[in-house]
Design a protein around this ligand. Structure first.
Ligand SMILES: O=C(O)CCC(=O)C(=O)O
Length: 263
């Protein structure tokens, strides 16, 4: 990573846009998600899709991404989760202002999230918005008292009092990604376009970071060494939609949802 990118990330708490794939490659990966959806149903917000499909595994181990992640987390990198976040065309689904680390149960901030666009993510289709520098102030209080069926987040958790005039929109062309810190305040508005907005969210952690809420979570070493072994070891997918892998992923998905719902 050029020194300026790292200092921008440290200062702003995010980077966007970063070129990862060509538009043609992004389209190929979009087709992989959609083919899988035709076979097994919706994949929106399902955890650990890299354990059942080769496409998200290839994307999460792409050197254009890992080279930047390495600058942020260091040489040892665990892939913690991958999930497609899909807003259907002209639907009210949105994401309230939140900080990822509030509900993940990790014992440190050695973590970074990447959001890779597989279709156009712009103001019309509801791209992410970030508050520059908000990570530096650390955790903010989240309100989970209001249920909102259109909120993508599991608990509709929301930080009140965010000054939206400070928000920076992060439009991405297919194949571009944003990187954000776990304390960066971010949100997104509904998709008012005629196309699906499809992103692959990829979460990485440093191996020393523990899951404190519940035991049994897994992770995949994608660079360097894991000297801590806090997680069940995952193996890379070698074929799509293997029946045993589908069952295993569903178990981990249930655990992931229980972790998100545990105080
Ligand atoms: O996909 C979105 O609109 C929001 C994604 C998000 O909150 C995240 O990647 O942490």
């Amino acid at each position: 990573m050029p020194a300026t990118l790292k200092s921008d990330y440290d200062k702003l708490g995010f980077l966007s846009p970063i070129d990862v794939l060509s538009k043609k490659q992004a389209l190929r990966h979009r087709r992989c998600v959609q083919d899988a959806e035709h076979q097994i149903g919706p994949l929106h917000y399902q955890a650990k899709v890299h354990t059942i499909l080769r496409s998200p595994y290839q994307l999460a181990t792409h050197s254009n991404i890992l080279d930047l992640v390495e600058q942020i987390l260091g040489a040892d990198i665990l892939l913690y989760n991958t999930t497609y976040i899909i807003k259907e065309a002209n639907t009210p689904a949105h994401v309230s202002w939140h900080q990822d680390l509030t509900y993940w149960g990790l014992d440190g901030d050695g973590q970074v999230s990447v959001w890779l666009a597989l279709s156009p993510a712009d103001e019309q289709s509801g791209c992410m918005r970030m508050i520059p520098g908000s990570h530096a102030a650390g955790p903010r209080k989240h309100d989970i008292s209001v249920e909102d069926e259109n909120n993508v987040l599991f608990q509709s958790q929301k930080v009140h009092g965010v000054n939206e005039r400070d928000a920076v929109y992060c439009p991405l062309n297919p194949g571009q990604a944003s990187f954000h810190h776990g304390w960066t305040l971010h949100s997104s508005l509904p998709n008012r376009s005629d196309d699906r907005r499809i992103g692959l969210n990829i979460q990485y952690i440093a191996p020393h970071v523990r899951q404190t809420k519940l035991p049994g979570f897994s992770a995949l070493l994608v660079r360097g060494q894991d000297r801590f072994h806090h997680y069940e070891e995952e193996s890379p997918t070698t074929r799509d939609l293997d029946p045993a892998a589908l069952v295993w992923r569903e178990q981990k998905d249930r655990l992931h949802k229980r972790i998100a719902a545990t105080a």
